[in-house]
Design a protein around this ligand. Sequence first.
Ligand code: XIL
Length: 377
Amino acid sequence: MKLNLLVAGILSAVVSLTGCSNEPADTISAQGQFSLKEAFKDKFAIGAAVNELHIADGIESALVAQHYNTLTPENMMKWEEIHPQPDQFSFSRPDALVAFSERQGIQLVGHTLVWHSQTPDWVFYHQDGTRKNRAELLTLMKSHIEAVAGRYKGRVYAWDVVNEAFNEDGTLRQSLWYEIIGDDYLDMAFEYAHEAAPNARLYYNDYNLFKPAKRKGVIELVKRLKSKGIQIDGVGMQAHYALDYPSFDDVEASIEAFSAQGVDVMITELDISVLPFPDDENMGADVGLSIALQDEYNPYTEVLPKEKLDELASRYEALFAIFNRHSDKVGRVTFWGVHDAHSWRNNWPMPGRKDYPLLFGHDKQLKTFATRLPYAG
Ligand code: XIL
């Protein structure tokens, strides 16, 4: 019996080495052995944004465990979800994700403590509609950070402390955080996060950070925090891209520039839309942008044509060639979603489209080109 098993094992090893199986190398069964986290293990951590579905459902959670060694909650740790009312926290789903990550040996990155979006109005306004003042908002920010980052102290590896604080020109966004507290709200958020979770890595996260002006604003932030002795460990470049956007030279220049400040660089929300973007002025990832569905912007409702799939493949190849070249600087690459069916790009900035931005398709199968990305070199 043992001998039979041994012979069978040797035979199957020979078949897979010589490619003498009945199936072409790129079929799903060949991909079944393939693991993104294994493929990139000498380069950087590889991750995905997940929601409760990915840890509850059998197929989804198996995919997650097979391919990723870092996860980010897509929505469940955002203020409106985790702290929907002044005296109400909603910890059951995040607790389950933290426990799942620990069981699987996956590093969880918390997203996000301070952001202008997906944050309830009561954070900024009194019940009578008047705005809170600086002291009130700072007190609330501190208690929120203590409650959330403090709860997962030692269990959540890192936090996106502040998300999307900058305008495209590198000035600070006129969010309610900024208007009510002033420009040191970022400094305070990082201080509170450090107090609440002293061992967590603390990151600033934003989109379009390849843009030189925006890059400059973030570099100034990093310098200021460091000069004040406030902990900041990394910059997250979201990377919501498209087939013709952005210039990879700019991406590379930003990786180099952030790293030169002595912080980790992470690609935190990678996806590449194959669809025409309906508003050239506002490419990026401003979640506030919403444009009514028009058929001309939704051309691939059945399948993605081969030439577009090839374009997607070569975009991903070029990007990963850059990330590999800078794997001494890039600590992590996280996709914003696991598979196309669940990607936010189907609904942003135009709800109801069919996009194909990730490595796993609408059928949850790994796209063939993903097994041929540059994993080394
Ligand atoms: C998106 C989620 O994917 C959507 O499900 C949600 O409706 C809106 O937010 N930048 C970020 C992410 O930092 O949190 C956003 O996630 C995408 C843009």
